[in-house]
Design a protein around this ligand. Structure first.
Ligand SMILES: Nc1ncnc2c1ncn2[C@@H]1O[C@H](COP(=O)(O)OP(=O)(O)OP(=O)(O)O)[C@@H](O)[C@H]1O
Ligand SMILES: [Mg+2]
Length: 142
């Protein structure tokens, strides 16, 4: 799947389409440079999943947990500040990933060996203020 997104309204529609298409997936990796729009897309996912509040930027924590009326819990990870996989292990990332709740993961390359093999890869890049979002299903570590 490939989308070209010009504004935040369009992004909400893309988020819905991605989750509708990959209904039996819970692990979504968000790849893209700083400012590409990983957190913003996660907020759109959270909106669609009826989370109690839009995903605040996880500046100070690695894992943000939201409660959802329909899906109980949704996790949003920002792994940027992790120095190594042991740190991820120490905060129990594997338990979150095994929980079968939705997990949206920024900077997944930091924990690449801990990612379950069944996941969805989302790449976001910006070109002239347009976000190009490509989505693919993976059954093995990228
Ligand atoms: N699809 C979009 N359309 C318009 N603006 C966007 C879109 N996606 C993101 N932005 C804007 O780009 C800026 C950076 O977005 P965001 O914080 O989501 O990036 P990020 O990939 O999470 O960055 P970081 O790696 O620092 O966490 C924000 O101001 C956001 O409003
Ligand atoms: Mg971010």
């Amino acid at each position: 799947m490939k989308f070209e997104v010009k504004n935040l309204n369009e992004l909400d529609l893309v988020a819905k389409q991605i989750l509708d298409t990959y209904k039996d997936n819970k692990i979504f990796l968000l790849n893209g440079e700083m400012g590409a729009g990983k957190t913003t897309l996660t907020k759109s996912f959270c909106k669609f999943l009826q989370c109690d509040h839009a995903g605040a930027s996880p500046t100070f924590s690695i894992v943000n947990e939201y409660s959802s009326a329909t899906y109980q819990k949704v996790y949003h990870f920002d792994c940027y500040r992790l120095n190594n996989e042991n740190e991820a292990f120490d905060i129990g990332i594997e338990d979150y990933l095994d929980s079968n709740f939705y997990c949206f993961i920024e900077w997944p390359e930091k924990i690449i060996n801990l990612i379950p093999s069944k996941h969805i890869c989302i790449d976001i890049r910006e070109e002239n203020l347009i976000r190009i979002i490509t989505v693919r299903e993976a059954n093995e570590i990228i």
